[in-house]
Write a protein of this length. Structure first.
Length: 296
């Protein structure tokens, strides 16, 4: 027998969607492979009431609260395929098939860092993507930005609020005269040598020619890709953001495919824990309403 809603992805967005449905006394199955996007970071910031806590602690607390509802089941594993089966959906894992009247995709994204030695090892510890999440803890120390495209100008204009800032253009972005004047007005230094590596206990940027720039933190906006093939396989439409594709949704977080909703980083041009939780609320409530009012 099909459950009311299957949610693929049990991080912040998926858990939040499940909570709305659980409290509406609907049957819910959450399928999660345990690969949260922010698992590399020691602390999470900017989410009201949980500021400074470990990301894993926030997720585990949400999961524990959800499992107190008897109508919620949590399945650890990867949703390998999904599709229509009559009026419902069928999600297949390696050892189980789950039927559901509605489907919520909270499948997340994967960050693709530039192939510079030392970046990946420091990701989430001294190399970051979001100043609102990690900038304050740098204590107004020296900050670097590794450019990955034209969007890095926006980031470089913002970061001086968190500390003295150097923009490493690294051959990916060259500010025009007006942009360079704006950066100068914000006190941003521009380094045009190529970046060879990142070393040190925090972030020492090694430049072509041998110059070293010691930083308290380095920011980069990596390219993002879908963490799961399911949205594309299900026929969901995508929009192209500055950092990569994301699932197209309407104001109710419904995708282009009737009965399928999407929330969290997979359905946003950019996100955070707070955004993911809010998206999940919207998707969960909308899926519940559709079970009442929509006949598909």
């Amino acid at each position: 027998m099909a459950v009311d809603v299957a949610i693929v992805g049990g991080s912040y967005a998926g858990l939040s969607a499940a909570l709305q449905l659980a409290r509406a006394r609907r049957s819910v199955v959450i399928i999660d492979a345990g690969l949260r996007r922010n698992r590399f970071a020691e602390t999470s910031h900017g989410f009201l009431s949980r500021d400074g806590e470990a990301p894993s602690a926030i997720a585990e607390s949400g999961r524990r609260q959800l499992l107190a509802y008897p109508n919620v089941r949590f399945v650890e594993g990867t949703a390998e395929t999904a599709g229509r089966e009559g009026a419902d959906f069928l999600v297949s894992l390696r050892d189980e098939k789950i039927g559901a009247r509605r489907l919520i995709l909270a499948t997340g994204v994967v960050d693709e860092l530039p192939p510079i030695p030392g970046l990946e090892e420091r990701w989430g510890r001294s190399v970051f993507h979001c100043p609102y999440c990690h900038g304050y803890e740098l204590g107004q120390g020296r900050i670097g930005i590794l450019a990955t495209g034209d969007h890095s100008f926006h980031q470089a204009m913002m970061l001086p609020d968190w500390g003295p800032t150097t923009l490493f253009v690294n051959g990916t972005f060259e500010p025009d005269a007006a942009e360079e004047a704006m950066l100068a007005a914000r006190g941003v230094e521009i380094a045009r040598e190529g970046v060879v590596a990142v070393e040190g206990s925090k972030a020492i940027v090694i430049l072509a020619g041998g110059r070293e720039v010691s930083l308290d933190g380095l920011f980069v906006t990596p390219r993002m890709r879908m963490a799961s093939d399911l949205p594309a396989a299900l026929g969901c439409a995508f929009d192209e953001g500055p950092l990569g594709p994301y699932i197209r949704t309407n104001e109710a977080k419904e995708t282009s495919v009737a009965g399928i909703y999407a929330c969290g980083d997979a359905a946003r041009a950019a996100g955070s824990v707070s955004h993911a939780v809010g998206d999940g609320v919207t998707a969960g409530m909308a899926a519940h309403r559709s079970l009442i009012f929509d006949m598909h």
